[in-house]
Design a protein around this ligand. Structure first.
Ligand code: BEZ
Length: 211
């Protein structure tokens, strides 16, 4: 069954390029990103994994662990990471799950048979420290994802979790935020010392609280 926002991310044990791990234990109290790619030794996937490796410090700043997955065996993952380092100029610095038995792909509904019967699509799940799924997205095999957008969503989710603000259309880090409707004006006055502007009673904006 498809995984929906707010569901508990299924736990699993898997073989990875960093050894065997139990997912929830590996996540600990961190935020997590689990993403699948269709196949090792393919061009778009090679560029994606290099891009994710280059964002290592950005994920670390956000207290977020990243883990990749495909149905290829561990031996392929271990050979391919050499190609990624050679062609993308960065070592793969996060684990890759070898999901040959499709256990994790099935749990997370990452194989879409009408797109491809055997390979995983490009899925992304952002998982909160409470192990709940906060975002899921699915891209086709032919389109590389924009991992800067994943970082942007992570920032938005963390602002909501820590500061009770939402983020408007095309928001970028540093832009004004929206006060969540569940907060009264009185509570907002206490919570946002920089103040807020009421455009409509349901549309109140405040400078980004953590800047
Ligand atoms: C790629 O990564 O380039 C790719 C993988 C599977 C199907 C199509 C493209």
């Amino acid at each position: 069954m498809a995984i929906r926002l707010g569901d508990t991310a299924p736990d699993f044990t898997a073989e990875t390029t960093d050894g065997s791990l139990r997912f929830h234990e590996w996540l600990g109290d961190s935020w997590g990103i689990l993403f699948s790619h269709p196949k090792d030794y393919t061009p778009v996937c090679t560029t994606e994994l290099g891009a994710v490796a280059k964002l290592h410090d950005e994920f670390q700043k956000r207290g977020t662990k990243v883990i990749g997955l495909s149905v290829d065996p561990l031996s392929d993952h271990k050979g391919w990471v050499g190609d990624i380092e050679e062609t993308q100029g960065v070592a793969v610095n996060f684990p890759l799950i070898a999901d040959s038995d499709r256990n994790v792909s099935t749990l997370y509904d990452m194989i879409h048979p009408n797109a491809d019967n055997t390979l995983t699509v490009r899925s992304v799940f952002i998982i909160g420290p409470d192990k709940k799924v906060k975002l899921s997205l699915t891209y086709p095999a032919s389109t590389g994802r924009n991992f800067n957008e994943i970082l942007r969503v992570l920032d938005s989710l963390q602002l909501t979790a820590n500061h009770q603000v939402a983020t408007p259309v095309n928001w970028n880090d540093g832009d004004d935020c929206i006060i969540v409707p569940s907060l009264s004006d009185e509570e907002a006055t206490k919570k946002f010392p920089k103040g807020f502007k009421t455009i409509k009673p349901y549309l109140r904006v405040t400078p980004q609280p953590n800047k």
